[in-house]
Every structure is written in C-alpha cells, then in structure tokens.
Ligand binder design. Structure first.
Ligand code: 13P
Length: 287
C-alpha cells in the first residue's frame, strides 16, 4: 500500500532525521530502492519527475508498477509515491492517477500566483489524504530542461506558503540539482535557520542531495530538514557499474548480454548508494 508522506515526515522532524526521496527511472530503479528500504527498515519516498513519468509511459503505469512491486516483494515499510517538481496540471494528473504525494513547484511564479495555485492543491490533496510539497525560491541546476539559478528563499514567503497547510516545504538555500561546481559556496545555513524559525514544525525539504558533503547534510537535518532528494547520485552509480561490466567485456562472455545480467551491477550499485544515504540521513530502523 502507498502512504502519504505526512506521518513519516512528521516523525522524522520530531526525531531529527530525514527521509530520502530517491527518483525512479524504470523497473530496476524502483525495485532497487524498495528492496533497500525494506532491508534498512526505513521509510522511503519514490520521486517521479514529469520527464520520468513520460518515459515510464505515464502516471498510471507507474502506480501499477509500484503497487505491484510492493505486493510481490512483500514491502512493509512506509512507501510514498511522489511527483517531483510538478506543474499544476501534472500535480492534478498524479492525484487522479493514484499517487500518494505530489509536489507543486510554483517557485518560478510571482509569490501571489504560487500561493493561489498551491492553495487550490492544498484543498484537493486534503480531501484525498495526499501529501503536498510546495517550493519557495527556485533550486538551481537543471531539472527536465529547466535551469534555475539557485536562489535563497525569503523566510517570510516560506512562512506564507507553509501556513497554507502544505505537508512539507522545499526552500532554496543555495542548493542545486546535479553535480556541484568546484566553486560552490555551500548551503546557506543562516537562511535555513531563519526559515526554520519562521515555519516551526513544518518539515523542510532539501533538494539537490547529490554531492552535498556529509557534515552539511547533518547540519541541515539539525536545522529542520526532514526530507532529502537524491537523483543524480543513483544515476552516476548505475552508469559507472554498467560501464565497468561492459569494459570488462562481460556482455561478450556466455549469456552476459542477457538484460537481467547486464543491468545487475547497476542495480546493485543503486542499492549501495541508497543504503549509504539512508544511513547518513538517519532513517534506518525508523519504519
Ligand atoms: P540531485 O539530482 O542533485 O540529487 O537532486 C535531486 C532532486 O532534488 C530531485 O528533486
């Protein structure tokens, strides 16, 4: 069964740890993340970008795949299926398709428009018991072709959006998607502390989890971050393991070309990355 992210994130906020959101791209990704969550006895959030949604043949296909896997693999830890950086239309489509959580990213709108659209979705999600993530201050880097500059959110605007009744709030604090450039200034903890002070119990979301040093992750959690999104790091692990398999010529030996063999090292690499993150975030044995 899929659950809303509300309860797992409230527990994380109170317990000073974070739940990982790991983005999925296909069956192997999804299976690797679900199995690792079960092995670590950790709650987990499966993230789906709109681009990945199209790639996997639509939101209904994904709901069917994830629900089927939870049943077949006997997954008993809490699993939320979450739209990542959704448009207003995308959020509505996911709500209708059976997602248990959605993000509406209105950070590129003027704040009034962001508030208006977020409010409409708060009402729709509340009726159905679906968790809703909102965003203030766009996250830098590239996500599905949209490049943001990595601004820091205004703490007063964060409070305004948190007060609408969203479940969790993503706020830019100098974080960006993808690999961090060598001259990256790091997370802005003064802004995070100010946002935390204004928004109280609201679980805060840290996007761009790939490549943030461990000490910064721990400090962010201590300042109220309860959900951390990781995408690129699983892709890098998968690609490196697959490259090694092919470069060692294993696809040319015996039945090494069988996709179940060819994709196995990448699958194991995703599992190792997810486990490492769950340990770092402190969500192990918190299911
Ligand atoms: P990374 O790809 O940098 O890990 O960011 C993931 C993310 O924030 C998804 O919303």
């Amino acid at each position: 069964m899929l659950v809303s992210a509300k309860e797992m994130l409230e527990k994380a906020k109170a317990g000073k740890y974070a739940v990982g959101q790991f983005n999925i791209n296909n069956l192997e990704w999804t299976k690797a993340i679900l199995l690792t969550a079960q092995e670590c006895n950790s709650p987990v959030i499966l993230g789906v970008s709109e681009g990945a949604g199209k790639y996997m043949c639509g939101y209904e296909t994904i709901v069917g795949m994830v629900k089927g896997m939870i049943k077949c693999l006997n997954i008993t830890v809490p699993v939320a299926l979450h739209l990542d950086h959704g448009s207003y239309e995308g959020a509505k489509a996911c709500i209708n398709a059976g997602f248990s959580s959605v993000m509406f990213d209105g950070s590129h709108y003027p704040i009034e428009e962001n508030v208006k659209k977020t409010t409409e979705l708060v009402n729709a999600c509340n009726v159905l018991g679906i968790s809703l993530e909102a965003e203030v201050g766009s996250i830098g880097g590239e996500e599905d072709g949209v490049v943001g500059a990595g601004e820091c959110a205004d703490p007063d605007e964060c409070k305004m959006v948190a007060d609408l009744g969203v479940t969790m709030l993503a706020a830019g604090i100098g974080n960006i998607h993808g690999k961090y450039p060598a001259n990256w200034a790091g997370l802005n903890f003064d802004v995070l502390a100010a946002i935390s002070a204004k928004t109280g119990d609201m679980p805060l979301v840290l996007h761009g989890g790939t490549g943030i040093p461990e000490d910064m992750i721990k400090k962010a959690i201590s300042l109220g971050v309860s959900k951390i999104n990781v995408n690129t790091e699983c892709q890098l692990s998968f690609a490196a393991a697959t490259r090694k398999y092919v470069e060692e010529g294993k696809d040319l030996s015996g039945k090494g070309f069988d996709p179940r063999k060819l994709l196995a090292p990448g699958f194991e690499a995703i599992k190792a990355t997810v486990k490492e993150k769950m340990e770092l975030f402190g969500s192990v044995n918190k299911a």
